[in-house]
Design a protein around this ligand. Structure first.
Ligand SMILES: Cc1ncc(COP(=O)(O)O)c(C=O)c1O
Length: 410
């Protein structure tokens, strides 16, 4: 029995369901991480894996990026939590507004969940309307407003939503089909406060928007007086410094960021139009609060990470895009040469393989792929020292720190 197996047995007796987030489990037991550096992670038995999970997209710069580590170390010497405003919080908000001009005012929170929950409440409070429209398979965090036909672990475990979620909340959430503007039009009425979308779906595997789809979403939302929320928890600082809104040229009313923003520490943000954001308390009537919001350690990491992305500039994203395209096409060539039906979807530095010969453009086509085969592929890759998220409904991510040798191994 290896050490991970023993650690898992122990965890099963102490940690609810053995893991602190469902997507971390796979059969027969997950390996336990011991340490990470650059583009690699080591398990409790000392085995090294090329890390294509990258903490589900958070590690854009790689593990233990020098600029992030030294900013965090500096901050640790100055204190970990004040619960008072700091100059650095403002500096980070200014940097975010520079990279995301649609985010005229910014509020810092801790997780993507908090960011989308606050964004939805803000949209309701600002418009005075009760409903939201989301897209089938999009995941916006584990809260009642958005746990409706969600992707990620919810789809992986075959749940439609979650036991215990309030039906009254779910009834106010309508679902449209991704990449299908007509289905959004059909879901709209004058009671809809906001349309929320992952501009590139990253929680049913990777599903890019069809040409013109995001513009149609913006047009339809606005024609009904609803706000447009881009959930860029994954795509922010990932598809480019300006996220999906920069890449596709669509300006949302509210944006959420998370994951890559923090260089591996927990931090997220929501931001948007000035008039909308000023509906937040204490100036406005929409309440949102957290003890740890804007905590100085995460803020230091985020400033370092955002500055590093700016320093590396467009070259960073161009290289990641090139390397990911090459990896995706070599995966595709390998499958084709063995006569295996497959589709590889990619956007920038994220990609996913589906064992299906039909195009994967929405939740239904992703669900039709052969998931058992994908699980076998993920297990085989682990045996060969490459870690990809073990679920079909996640994405693989390249990072700045992956070496040529890492990519060749993958
Ligand atoms: C698009 C999207 N939104 C929101 C979230 C929730 O973020 P967190 O896990 O930080 O709460 C996720 C998490 O995977 C996500 O992918």
């Amino acid at each position: 029995m290896d050490r991970s197996a023993r650690l898992y047995e122990r965890a099963r007796r102490a940690v609810a369901s053995g893991v602190n987030s469902p997507v971390r489990h796979y059969d027969p037991y997950p390996f336990f991480a011991e340490r990470a550096a650059g583009g690699a992670v080591w398990d409790a038995d000392g085995r090294r894996y090329v890390d294509l999970c990258g903490a589900y997209g958070a590690m854009l710069l790689g593990h233990r990026n020098a600029a992030v580590v030294s900013a965090v170390s500096r901050q640790l010497r100055r204190g970990t939590l004040y619960c008072m405003p700091t100059a650095e919080e403002t500096e980070l908000a200014e940097l975010i507004s520079r990279d995301y001009p649609s985010m005229r005012r910014v509020r810092l929170v801790n997780t993507g969940l908090e960011a989308t929950m606050a964004a939805i409440r803000l949209a309701r409070g600002h418009t005075g309307r009760p409903k939201i429209v989301k897209f089938d398979g999009c995941y916006h965090g584990a809260h009642d407003y958005a746990l409706v036909r969600a992707g990620s672990g919810v789809a992986h475990y075959g749940l439609a939503d979650s036991a215990g979620s309030l039906r009254a909340a779910a009834r106010q959430t309508r679902v449209a089909r991704y990449n299908d503007a007509a289905s959004l039009e059909a879901a709209m009425d004058d009671g809809v406060a906001a349309v929320i979308v992952e501009p590139v779906m990253a929680n049913m595997g990777v599903i890019p928007p069809r040409r013109g789809f995001l513009r149609s979403v913006a047009r339809i939302a606005r024609s009904h007086g609803a706000l447009l929320i881009f959930d860029e928890t994954v795509t922010g600082y990932r598809l480019g410094r300006g996220g999906a809104q920069g890449a596709y040229g669509v300006r949302p009313d509210i944006t959420t960021l998370g994951k890559a923003l923090g260089g591996g520490l927990p931090i997220a943000a929501l931001g948007g139009r000035r008039d909308v954001m000023e509906s937040l308390a204490p100036m406005g009537p929409v309440y949102e609060a957290s003890t740890f919001a804007g905590n100085p350690v995460s803020v230091a990491a985020a400033i370092a990470s955002v500055r590093e992305a700016a320093r590396l500039g467009a070259r960073l994203y161009a290289r990641l895009d090139r390397e990911c395209a090459a990896l995706a096409s070599s995966v595709s060539d390998a499958a084709a040469s063995r006569g295996i039906a497959h589709t590889v979807n990619r956007a920038g530095s994220m990609f996913q393989v589906f064992f299906s010969d039909a195009p994967v453009t929405d939740r239904d086509s992703a669900m039709a792929a052969d998931r058992a085969r994908f699980a076998r592929l993920a297990a085989l890759l682990r045996e060969r020292g490459v870690f990809v998220p073990p679920s079909q409904f996640e994405a693989s991510f390249l990072c700045h720190a992956h070496t040529r040798a890492d990519l060749a191994r993958a």
